[in-house]
Ligand binder design. Sequence first.
Ligand code: HEM
Length: 379
Amino acid sequence: MSAPQPVCPVTLPNGLDGWITTGYDDARAVLADPRLCKDAALVGRVLQAKLAAAGRPTDLSGMFYPHMMFADGADHARLRGLVSKQFTARRVEDLRPRIAHITETLLGELPVDEPVDLIAAFAAPLPITVICDLLGVPETDRTSFRAWAGALMEDTAEVSGPATAAMGQYLADLIAAKRRDPDEDLLSALTAAGDSDQLSADELIGTCFLLLTAGHETTTAMIGSAVVLLLLHDPAAWRAIGADPALLAGAIDETLRLESPVRMASHRVTTAPVTLGGVTIPRDEFVFAGLGAANQDTTRFSDPETFDPTRRGSQHLAFGHGPHHCLGAQLAELEGRIALAALSNRFPDARLVDPQRPPRQPSEFLNGPDRVMVTLSHA
Ligand code: HEM
């Protein structure tokens, strides 16, 4: 088979065209190139022009609240700086007992010796509960919060539009409540930052949306894919990971590499002609860093299609690279480690109902299994 072109033209299902990298070095270069802009105003303008040219609906209102993922330079540093303290290694480690408690509660509710979808029953509720905890969403409101979060990720405006509006209103009310009665949570801290003019009302809501959407389905996908890879390719490692921290960390790392939850990084726009992999891309074009492809680049990884939890130092790009490197990477890894160790310890004889790679969710950005049907048995 001939090697893929380093940079290829791509058209997304919504009609948007652009360019995508296929190798490791070009993806890394894209993620760190200051000529590729993420500023919401420019990204929105190019998006609208391209959708109009493709004859697609161009009303993007309500889709974009401002946040760090679509900001550059000083704005990006300000928006990221306001929440980054919460995501340092030490702060994340402080969350360990709470994550372990949520995990054990969810696992205790799983049916034993009969098929269960581990995505719906475990891998989805775990990260959303952790984010609700971090933000300070009251337990009584979490059922609607979870429903909106699911609907937000739907591609159809009919489903995601009303959920965006409902959650925006809910967050505005919750912010007002935190202002009256602040707590120790992230939303109270962000509300205080808003009140001292460090971020606007829209940026405050946008940051909540971002944390929710960036940290939810990605972590769900990672946990689901790790279970499948271990049960399918290395059941001995599945049984061992609960007592072997190095193997556990290796299994998570290898899942992130081989089944990268984010197929390609978010939209970047060329602000000048940019030459990548021998192709000169004109100004005002979208460039996507292909993370899944980069992580299976044969020139970077030996035997890249093999799941090998003993592989070390792979330096995969699943969490991106450069200024927008995933803020929640350590949190996601901790959730993954706690979840997998607990599953393996409790259910060493778990097995897939259908021993093959399950179908993926239909998404050009997210790579996660739709369902992971397993039968769980105690030892
Ligand atoms: C950014 C992946 C979990 C918060 C990113 C980016 C990637 C990524 C690839 C960079 C996007 C780009 O450059 O266009 C993942 C994966 C996760 C995960 C694979 C789980 C396995 C989380 C969690 C949180 C989070 C748990 C927080 C609760 C963020 C934020 C950004 C981001 C805030 C934007 C950073 C910035 O623009 O400066 N993530 N993520 N992520 N992620 Fe994650």
